[in-house]
Design a protein around this ligand. Structure first.
Ligand SMILES: Cc1ncc(COP(=O)(O)O)c(C=O)c1O
Length: 367
């Protein structure tokens, strides 16, 4: 029997063919050419100065309000370490990024999970919880092309969240690594840009616009919060990776980043469409909202479907995805996340047809 090609619909990462390797090489050469002394030194925990300036300009804030880290995962970790103490209530979206759940749980936070709707977190449900006495310190929100659900927070809800944060005195962590990957529809303003009382802490990343291996992300917050996090960063690693950050600075200031974003978006749009078409064709029972950008599509199967069993049956057919329950404290047993970011369209079609085959077999066994 011919060996099956393994297809991963699990990993939230780009395939190497859509990474701008030639532009990265040029950015590295230019970085060494322009500032070898700066990039080979330790630097400071704040990050590489030219990159901080570029980020500050992009968000229209003073560079004192920015820290550039080794990936935005590190930014998330610093923020949680700085703000969250055991017993603190933290609002998360349900479902949400599994690593966020893990970090918060490890810190002893009490998780208040609020369901997602097609236009983002259910602010009505959050308001009810707040009025019933919930007193969160922080709300973690992934506003654009959410991981894992693919949905985007509407403008009305962005405004309402800010009002609720103000009324109930909590901060909002706007975790926004997918913002640049919009395939269609209008871009929405960040909550950071609408905030005039330092309620929003914003993180983003170059993992999706440059490449994940470069490990550069950042955090924007009040100067006071960022000063505290810079101290924490100094004590953790002295300084982040200056070589990587200087390359990203070159990549951004030379305009290579705009080209890279266009390449990535064109490829991902095709992959998103291939995923939606294959699901409609092969698994008519699947319910999903087609995301307007990003890496992920969330699929609900009919209630009672056993996605853990489907995961095992799909794996036997050489396809992996992540089951919905991994992104929730409870529930999600009949849902799954498909990451189309790493797979060319023909493989997506093949992968989903294998998942469909597994689904039919399980449905047949249950009947
Ligand atoms: C919502 C969210 N936050 C943070 C990250 C971490 O990204 P990185 O550390 O590569 O910047 C990811 C990665 O997939 C993510 O989906």
């Amino acid at each position: 029997m011919a060996e099956l090609t393994n297809i991963s619909l699990a990993r939230g990462a780009p395939s190497p063919d859509i990474v701008a390797v030639d532009d990265l090489k040029a950015a590295a050469a230019n970085a060494f050419e322009h500032d070898a002394a700066g990039m080979v030194a330790y630097g400071t925990a704040a990050g590489y100065p030219r990159l901080l300036e570029w980020i500050a300009k992009k968000h229209d804030v003073h560079p004192d309000r920015v820290i550039a880290t080794n990936g935005s995962m590190q930014a998330d970790a610093f923020l949680f370490q700085q703000l969250v103490e055991p017993g603190d209530v933290v609002v998360v979206e349900a479902p949400t990024y599994d690593r966020t759940l893990l970090s918060l749980t490890q810190l002893g936070a009490e998780i208040l999970a609020i369901p997602l709707e097609a236009d983002g977190i259910d602010v009505g449900a959050l308001e009810v919880a707040l009025n019933q006495g919930a007193s969160p310190k922080l709300a973690h929100i992934i506003p654009n092309f959410q991981n894992p659900a693919g949905c985007t927070l509407s403008l009305e809800k962005r405004k309402r969240l800010l009002e609720l944060a103000e009324q109930h005195d909590f901060s909002v962590f706007e975790d926004d690594p997918y913002v640049e990957l919009r395939f269609e529809g209008e871009s929405l303003p960040t909550m950071l840009s609408m905030d005039d009382s330092d309620r929003i802490v914003y993180a983003s990343s170059f993992s999706k616009t440059v490449c994940p291996g470069i490990r550069v992300g950042y955090l924007v917050g009040s100067a006071e919060l960022i000063a505290g996090i810079r101290k924490l960063a100094t004590n953790t690693y002295i300084s982040p990776n200056m070589v990587a950050q200087s390359i990203v600075a070159e990549f951004c200031t030379s305009g290579a980043i705009e080209r890279s974003i266009e390449t990535v978006k064109a490829a991902l749009r095709e992959r998103r469409d291939a995923t939606a078409e294959a699901l409609e064709r092969h698994i008519p029972d699947a319910r999903f909202v087609k995301p307007q950008g990003g890496y992920f599509l969330w699929v609900d199967l009919p209630e009672g479907s056993d996605v853990a069993a489907l995961e095992a049956a799909a794996q036997e057919r050489g396809v992996v995805f992540v089951k919905g329950s991994d992104f929730l404290i409870e529930g999600g047993e009949s849902s799954l996340r498909i990451a189309y970011s790493a797979v060319p369209p023909d493989q997506i079609e093949e992968g989903i047809s294998r998942v469909a085959d597994a689904y039919r077999e399980l449905a047949g066994a249950a009947a």
